[in-house]
Design a protein around this ligand. Structure first.
Ligand SMILES: O=C(O)CCC(=O)C(=O)O
Length: 289
């Protein structure tokens, strides 16, 4: 059974993204939203990043200026490891089925995160391509973004630049890996950006080379996305994952293979970075500073 239409496949192949409506709904979505509210509440008792991921980095990432009476939780890394509702959505909901329709029947989990833009925060996302962080032997890979709330144009929605998946950009400044494209390219991509808006439960599926970014949330409503990277089973990493998870490489649809498929192209390999999340790498302030 196909989960996405031929028109959506065509859009994914031509423009680099598509949107599926109402992919996670009802009690499953409510449980994820409640879990996020609990994490925001918990953040009030912390003054700096907290929790520990597999690589020793903090799991919960706070924007600079975070206070108990003004929480600025901006990212939870690999919620799959600590939350059953998120694990269920990532492995057992219709999300991996939508992914299989785009990249083939055999699908591996790579990593996931929740990105939050709470009211009164400044978090922005500099334009970047996810494959630049996690290069593989081939690019049959997608990033999925599940709306945890209704998202409109004022809320700092994800911005995509259709067709940009055909051009790999450098994410270096001189010899430094900065995790975003240069200022001129940022401007060019911004000038043709399309905002991804919709209802809680909608799912954006983006090609791994799709350039994307986003501005701050200008409203008094929280904006939240659960973001997950999945790969074809025959895509093997050229270096260790930027955000390791104990579920890394788990086959979520179809079957595993030991044969890597190679796509010929030149790829710039990223450097490891120290910051807990790529917001720090991109030069934004964290509460720990
Ligand atoms: O939060 C968003 O709108 C997109 C974030 C993103 O691209 C990322 O975290 O890699």
């Amino acid at each position: 059974m196909a989960f996405i239409s031929p028109e959506q496949i065509e859009q994914f192949q031509h423009d680099g993204f598509t949107i599926a409506r109402g992919v996670v709904t009802g009690a499953a979505l409510d449980a994820m939203r409640q879990q996020l509210e609990d994490w925001v509440e918990e953040s009030r008792s912390h003054s700096g990043n907290w929790g520990t991921c597999l690589d020793g980095k903090a799991r919960f990432d706070l924007e600079g200026g975070h206070r108990a009476d003004h929480p600025r939780l901006r990212r939870i890394s690999n919620p799959v490891e600590i939350s059953e509702p998120y694990r269920h959505a990532l492995f057992e909901s219709a999300i991996p089925d939508h992914v299989a329709d785009c990249i083939g029947p055999d699908v591996k989990f790579h990593h996931c995160k929740v990105n939050v833009k709470l009211p009164g925060t400044d978090t922005e996302v500099g334009w970047h391509q996810d494959h630049a962080f996690d290069p593989h032997t081939n690019d049959s890979m997608v990033t999925t973004l599940l709306f945890l709330v209704d998202i409109d144009e004022e809320m700092g929605p994800l911005l995509v630049a259709p067709g940009s998946q055909r051009t790999p950009f450098s994410h270096y400044q001189g010899d430094d890996f900065v995790g975003m494209v240069d200022a001129t390219t940022q401007q060019e991509l911004n000038s043709r950006a399309i905002p991804m808006t919709g209802k809680a439960g909608d799912l954006v599926i983006m090609h791994t080379w799709m350039a994307h970014g986003g501005g701050p949330n200008l409203t008094n409503r929280p904006r939240a996305l659960m973001i997950c990277d999945y790969t074809a089973a025959d895509a093997f990493p050229l270096k260790g994952p930027a955000m390791p998870s104990r579920y890394y490489g788990r086959v979520v649809r179809g079957k595993a293979t030991r044969f890597a498929r190679l796509k010929e192209r030149i790829i710039e390999v990223p450097e490891n970075y120290e910051d807990d999340s790529f917001f720090g790498l991109q030069g934004q302030k964290t509460a720990a500073e």
